[in-house]
Write a protein that binds this ligand. Structure first.
Ligand code: G6P
Ligand code: MG
Length: 211
């Protein structure tokens, strides 16, 4: 295994925006009277906004029109962006920023691979917009995780072969995408006990020991 680059998921890996996604969907679901809890929320990790809504609507007691679905997604995203508006550089832990700098010092190319259309907004709020060598996000893909498109595009931007990259993910859908694309994978957080993850870590700094 020769690792030359690392592709990081954003929400739940670089920063804790996964919690904001949950809070925003929860508020939207409560407003609609649809049952939603943290266990269901685990299935939303890594999947697109539209696919997330379809998972939430499995518990709805009626059908929703495309127009209503669009309204619900807009409402959720507005709530989500309210949370994002209070984010600052302090929302990146010193462990994450020290590790990113150490990995760069080792000569590795670093990219973001996120299904989120809010990726650049978040990176700019946390002061990392200009840090990465590549950003592949929800605005440039047609299929979200577990499809590997977002990671394949990230590797392309880094000009590296998939098998020379690690993908760091907190989502099972993200690990599935990494495996489907022929990447090496590291599961952290919610994916740290996922059997399909090639490496499983409990703490971000452990990445340094794997390269
Ligand atoms: C990430 C998150 C998902 C989210 C998706 C789309 O992959 O893990 O939970 O649904 O991005 O995010 P967006 O910000 O575009 O709604
Ligand atoms: Mg994630």
């Amino acid at each position: 295994m020769e690792i030359k680059g690392i592709i990081f998921d954003l929400d739940g890996v670089i920063c804790s925006t996964d919690e904001y996604h949950y809070q925003a969907w929860k508020k939207m679901a409560d407003h609609e009277g649809i049952y939603f809890d943290r266990k269901i929320n685990e299935r939303l990790r890594g999947v697109s906004r539209a696919a997330s809504l379809e998972i939430i609507l499995e518990k709805a007691d009626r059908q929703y029109s495309d127009e209503e679905k669009l309204e619900m997604m807009t409402k959720k995203n507005d709530l989500y962006k309210e949370f994002l508006s209070s984010m600052t550089e302090r929302d990146v832990s010193s462990e994450v920023s020290d590790t990113l700098n150490a990995l760069r010092a080792k000569g590795l190319k670093l990219a973001i691979g996120s299904s989120s259309q809010n990726t650049k907004l978040i990176l700019s709020r946390i002061g990392l917009l200009d840090f990465f060598d590549g950003i592949s996000d929800g605005t440039i893909i047609s299929q979200s995780k577990p499809n590997p498109e977002v990671f394949i595009k990230a590797a392309g931007i880094l000009q590296l072969r998939n098998e020379n990259c690690f993908v760091v993910e907190d989502a099972e859908a993200g690990i599935d995408a990494a495996v489907a694309g022929g990447f090496h994978s590291i599961g952290i957080g919610s994916a740290s006990s996922y059997d399909k993850a090639e490496y499983k870590i409990n703490s971000f700094k452990e990445i340094i020991d794997l390269v």
